[in-house]
Design a protein around this ligand. Structure first.
Ligand SMILES: Nc1ncnc2c1ncn2[C@@H]1O[C@H](COP(=O)(O)OP(=O)(O)OP(=O)(O)O)[C@@H](O)[C@H]1O
Length: 240
């Protein structure tokens, strides 16, 4: 197997015995954007959480950058694999404080000029550094969240519906931003989205999950060309 992330017959059961992922096998291609689509409850978020150690597989193997996920020191794993969420959780205080947090947690500091560069990478001017998080728009807040994931220079970024609660303009900005970041940093991205147009636009590859199984994986246009009846039904909006 090759790829930035390799799954081999991965199963995940919750503590109360619900079989959420059922034998996921596949490779996430390095340096590309792969979107993860599928109906609600398919197991998409669960799959992402297995990639940064928030959850551990019940059986099967996950290799991150050619190393078994179990062999990582958890701190090292979180440095290699960044994650951004729909809610863009932040701590109280200004933008700089939030950007510096990943460094603070390692007993280090973030130089201010580095913070300004990170903001510029996500399309925000340096003057935002001292703004209180409470005063940011939803789109600005998500950009800060993305900038914060870049502080550790991760090789992999996991994005869980990061544009779902944003207006169309902010959504488009973030779409373009992620494609830019993927190219500039050569970072491998897995992006959960419910928006098929977004998946086709931003993703080179797509995976479709349903009821814990990987129904399709390959170039994004397979969302239209797949002969799988469940994929076709999902694309037509018949299942959500
Ligand atoms: N800790 C848990 N204990 C029990 N069930 C869980 C747990 N975490 C998730 N589930 C269930 O597992 C299934 C998959 O959840 P998951 O959040 O991974 O799906 P998803 O595809 O990301 O869904 P959505 O698109 O709605 O966010 C759902 O039915 C969910 O209710």
């Amino acid at each position: 197997m090759s790829g930035a992330i390799q799954f081999h017959d991965v199963h995940y059961k919750s503590e109360d015995g619900i079989h959420i992922l059922r034998g996921i096998t596949g490779s996430i291609i390095e340096g590309e954007v792969t979107t993860l689509v599928g109906p609600s409850g398919a197991g998409k978020s669960t799959l992402l959480k297995l990639c940064n150690g928030l959850l551990s597989p019940t059986s099967g193997e996950i290799r991150i950058l050619n190393k078994n996920v179990y062999d990582y020191d958890p701190v090292q794993l979180r440095k290699e694999v960044g994650m951004a969420l729909q809610s863009a959780p932040m701590v109280e205080g200004d933008v700089f404080h939030n950007l510096a947090l990943p460094m603070l947690l390692q007993g280090k500091s973030l130089p201010e000029n580095e913070a300004v560069k990170l903001l510029e990478d996500v399309g925000l001017e340096g003057e935002h550094l001292r703004r209180n998080i409470k005063d940011l728009s939803g789109g600005q807040r998500q950009k800060v969240s993305i900038a914060r994931t870049l502080v550790n220079r991760p090789k992999i970024l996991l994005l869980d519906e990061i544009t779902s609660s944003l207006d169309q303009v902010s959504q488009k900005e973030i779409d373009e931003l992620i494609v830019k970041i993927s190219k500039k940093y050569g970072v491998t991205i897995i992006w959960i989205t419910h928006n098929l147009q977004q998946a086709l636009k931003v993703g080179t590859y797509a995976w479709m999950l349903k009821e814990g199984e990987l129904l399709e994986s390959g170039k994004s246009d397979l969302l239209h060309t797949s002969t799988n009846e469940h994929v076709q039904a999902f694309v037509k909006g018949e299942i959500e």
